[in-house]
Design a protein around this ligand. Structure first.
Ligand SMILES: [Fe+2]
Ligand SMILES: [Fe+2]
Length: 368
């Protein structure tokens, strides 16, 4: 009898609370499709390919030239600033939440890469394919860099598997514009807010990846600029009935971020960040930026805003608990919690929005 332990194909490099973690575990996390997790998207690529950017030509050419110059070409590589990470010494709850943060960020970055690459592949419009190729290049770097950090712990996400097996959600182009524009700009706001906070409190920087966030978020800022220009080519996208859609996406994106971030208390505690402060700070920056193209912003100082976000978050936590409980009581609990989450969303959506005049030119520079 062979008494040798069977060889594992991928060694378990880390464990969380006694549960061994490997690439299969993180890939499973990345595969999840819920209202709260990053999804993969597909769209009507022919419609997008038909866009003419002539109306915004000067700003368009300036933006593309900047992206082609590729200032961050050498940025996404580990160098001497990459301190050794003590994965094994990390407090278990923090480790679990931090892995969740990295996997979800990696999936979101890669989702952009997959969508942009597909647009480049399917299109024949030179302006459009050129833009999407440049953005796919950036997102591939971003996802790859996060995955390098996960790889150090032996838990890199299998991105090839995701490309093939993760579900693709269809969004018509205008919804892609709203959702992607916002996710690029809120991504910028999230990364820069953490970066500035850690600049002031370097003792709280428990992982080197945060040092890379400044140049990183400038990429996201530029991607958001591109979507602002795409929307500018067709005034209908940001007027009339579509303003209700814009409000819907603003509410959904802000609400999702709030709920997701509150699932990671130990992570924010380690960073020394108050999650409510962080949320409002990121919403404020994103709203300020989105005035470049959206005629409304959400009233995040409205007396109903924060209490209702808290209700939404509580309903989601109860929903997850009911799901985990299972059985008849679990099912009833899920129905009740879903109804409460829906009611909270409606309440957020019906807070009167703040109207703005939209400037003639969308152009902005990262200023935070
Ligand atoms: Fe990115
Ligand atoms: Fe991006």
């Amino acid at each position: 009898m062979n008494m040798q332990a069977p060889k594992r194909e991928a060694p378990t490099a880390t464990s969380v609370d006694g549960v061994p973690y490997d690439s299969t575990v993180t890939t499973d996390i990345a595969m999840q499709d819920t209202l709260l997790t990053p999804r993969f998207y597909t769209t009507d690529f022919d419609e997008m390919d038909a866009i003419s950017v002539e109306g915004v030509r000067a700003d368009w050419d300036a933006l593309i030239a900047k992206m082609e110059a590729d200032p961050n070409k050498g940025h996404f590589k580990k160098n001497e600033d990459w301190d050794t990470v003590d994965w094994e010494g990390m407090e278990p709850q923090l480790k679990k939440e931090f892995i969740d943060f990295l996997v979800s960020s990696c999936t979101a970055e890669f989702s952009g890469c997959v969508l942009y690459k597909e647009m480049k592949r399917r299109g024949s419009n030179k302006d459009i394919t050129q833009l999407f190729q440049l953005m796919a290049r950036d997102e591939a770097r971003h996802a790859g860099f996060i995955n390098d950090a996960l790889r150090e712990a032996g838990i890199a996400v299998n991105l090839g598997f995701l490309t093939q097996k993760k579900k693709y959600t269809y969004f018509r182009p205008k919804f892609i514009y709203y959702a992607t524009y916002l996710s690029e700009k809120i991504g910028y706001a999230r990364y820069i807010t953490i970066y500035r906070h850690l600049e002031a409190h370097p003792d709280k920087r428990f992982h080197p990846i945060f040092k890379w966030f400044k140049e990183w978020c400038n990429d996201e800022f530029g991607h958001g600029e591109a979507f602002a220009l795409l929307m500018k080519t067709d005034p209908k996208l940001t007027t009339g009935r579509n303003v209700w859609w814009i409000k819907f996406f603003l509410t959904a994106v802000y609400g999702t971020m709030y709920v997701r971030d509150h699932q990671r208390p130990a992570f924010h505690e380690a960073l020394g960040v108050d999650v409510d402060w962080y949320g409002q700070e990121v919403f404020r920056k994103t709203s300020e930026i989105s005035k470049q193209i959206f005629p409304i912003t959400l009233d995040i100082d409205h007396p109903r805003w924060l209490p209702t976000l808290k209700r939404l978050q509580k309903a989601n936590a109860d929903l997850a608990a009911a799901k985990a409980r299972g059985g008849v009581s679990g099912r009833l609990g899920q129905v009740a919690a879903s109804a409460r989450a829906a009611a909270a969303f409606v309440s957020l959506y019906t807070i009167p929005a703040i109207r703005h005049d939209v400037p003639i030119s969308t152009r902005l520079e990262p200023a935070y």
